[in-house]
Each structure stands twice: as C-alpha cells, then as structure tokens.
Design a protein around this ligand. Structure first.
Ligand code: SAM
Length: 283
C-alpha cells in the first residue's frame, strides 16, 4: 500500500488487503480485512459494503497501516482489534487470556441439546466466553467460573459487564490442587491440554501470543483429565455431567481410558474439522 495521494475507498482497502494477506499465506484474508475496517469505522460488516465508495481519511488510513504491519509481523488479528467472536458475540481479549476458538462452541451446543440446569461451573474460564454464553443463552440459573489467573478473571468480569450480565460468580482457584465444597449439575472446561514437549511445534501465532498457562499443563497434556476423573464424585450432583474439550484425535484414546478406568460412562463429539474434540462424562 503506497502512501502517495491516491484516494483509498473502503472497497479498495478490502481488495488490496485481501490480496496482500493472501500472498502472505493467510487463510482468512478478506474476513480479517473486514474486521479491521469495521473496528476503525465502528460499523458492522454489512455497512462496509453499503458505504463501499466512501473515501478513508488520513487518520483512518494510518490506523489501518499500523494494523496491517502488526498482523504481517505475526500478531493475531484478535489482539490487534482487542476482541474475538465466540458463539456470535464479541469478547474482549488480550495477551493474558486464550483467544476463544470456534471448536469450543461445541460445548455450548451440547449443553443446549442436554437442556437447562440449575447450576454450572466453568473451570479455567479465561475470557469467560463459555460461562457468559451459557448465561446469555439462558441455559443455567446459577453460574460459577474459576481460573488460576487473576488477570484472566479481570477480563472475564469485564466481558460479563460488556454483555450486561451480573450474576456470574468468578473466583480464583487452582483446580489441580484445591477442592470444591459444592456440587454442580454441569461442570464444563476447556483445560490446558498441550503436552509441554509439544509447545515448540505449535504455530508461532499460538505459541507466542496465547498465555502458556492456558495452553499446557506442563506435563503430558492429560493432568486435568486425571484430576476431573478423581474429582467427579465431589463435583457433580447425582444426574450431573462433565463436559470437556480435549486435543483432538490423538488424545481421544487416553482421555477415554482415564474416565472408563474409574467406571464412568463417556460419549464423544466431533468438531467442524471432523476431529474428536469434546467428551461428555456421566455416572
Ligand atoms: C485453554 S484455556 C480456556 C479458556 C476459555 N475457557 C476458553 O475456552 O476460551 C485454559 C484456562 O485454564 C486456566 N488454568 C490453567 N491452569 C489452571 C488451574 N490449575 N486451575 C484453574 N484454571 C487453570 C488458564 O489460566 C486458562 O484461562
């Protein structure tokens, strides 16, 4: 993109940026351009195409150039615009929390299918995307959410307020070493499941920008599943169930054995890439 006196209309920037990002090997080039422009112009995606002939002013172009440079340097677009979509809504993100991933939305779909419950605990809440979405979708009466990271809990609380909810109870808690005194109808979690020796093989965009404590258990990637199996009776009401994300096909067998070895029943669900991604565990 040159800095001469050429007039840049919204549509020119979308087309230029989509081509530029595609040549840099980015998958979702056009959509990312649209997100940047929506953020700069404080508008919805549809407005970009209604206003497509509008010429961008120099201040807007400068913000756009900075965004493109940061993206080309490898920063996730979600950190650049400070938010990420989850289940059709935006959540505030920064380097202290995992960027919500589309595959995690399956947890919400499962809870919808299983029907409303009285109480839910979300362990390792991060942005709060799971807990907050269950509230916004009216799936649960009483919502509790924990994380070991105080900074994550602060972002989750901001997200709760952003979405005009008040009733989620957040608490700092280390699931691997502390117990809960109450039982819940649903316990849901997307725990850190990358084995520590696989951290170096992650995409740089993930390894360098998501917090390590959100990615790995600093062990074989299965510590949380072992702990959930051991804590099942203490955590779940009589008809309660556990719903967990895990690391895809390669982890399925090991995760299944952990729960079957303590006599629990398991059911698995796939993500949109056709990988096994979610386990539901019941007595
Ligand atoms: C994979 S992230 C999931 C974040 C969010 N729930 C989501 O799905 O986008 C895992 C979260 O677990 C938290 N965590 C890591 N170790 C923990 C522990 N021992 N006890 C509780 N939370 C922990 C991390 O801080 C991080 O927020």
């Amino acid at each position: 993109m040159t800095t001469t006196t050429k007039l840049w209309r919204i549509i020119d920037l979308i087309n230029w940026g989509a081509d530029h990002f595609t040549t840099k090997g980015m998958d979702n080039a056009r959509r990312e351009m649209e997100w940047f422009l929506c953020d700069i112009l404080k508008c919805e995606r549809i407005d970009l195409y209604v206003r497509f002939e509008e010429v961008m002013d120099e201040g807007e172009l400068e913000i756009f150039r900075t965004m493109v440079k940061r993206r080309i340097a490898g920063e996730p677009f979600q950190h650049i615009i400070g938010k990420a979509p989850f289940y059709g809504r935006d959540f505030i993100v920064n380097q202290k929390v995992l960027i919500p991933r589309p595959e995690t939305e399956i947890l919400i779909e499962r809870m919808k299918t299983n029907g409303n419950v009285n109480s839910l605990l979300d362990i390792g809440t991060g942005t709060g995307c799971i807990a907050i979405t269950t509230g916004l979708e009216n799936l649960v009466e009483n919502i509790f959410a924990t994380d070991i990271s105080q900074s994550a809990l602060e972002i989750a609380t901001e997200n709760m307020r952003l979405h005009n909810l008040e009733n989620i109870q957040f608490a700092r808690h280390d699931f691997l070493s502390q117990n809960f005194k109450t039982k819940f109808d649903v316990v849901v979690s997307n725990p850190p499941y990358i084995a520590v020796n696989e951290m170096n093989s992650l995409q740089a965009e993930v390894r360098d920008y998501d917090p390590p404590s959100a990615l790995t258990d600093n062990g074989d990637g299965l510590s949380f599943y072992r702990r959930f199996a051991e804590q099942f009776e203490n955590l779940l009401t009589s008809d309660g169930y556990l719903l967990l994300e895990f690391g895809g096909n390669a982890q399925k067998g090991a995760v299944e054995s952990i729960f079957q070895n303590v006599g629990l029943n398991t059911e698995f669900f796939k993500d949109l890439q056709n990988d096994w991604r979610v386990i539901e565990v019941r007595r």
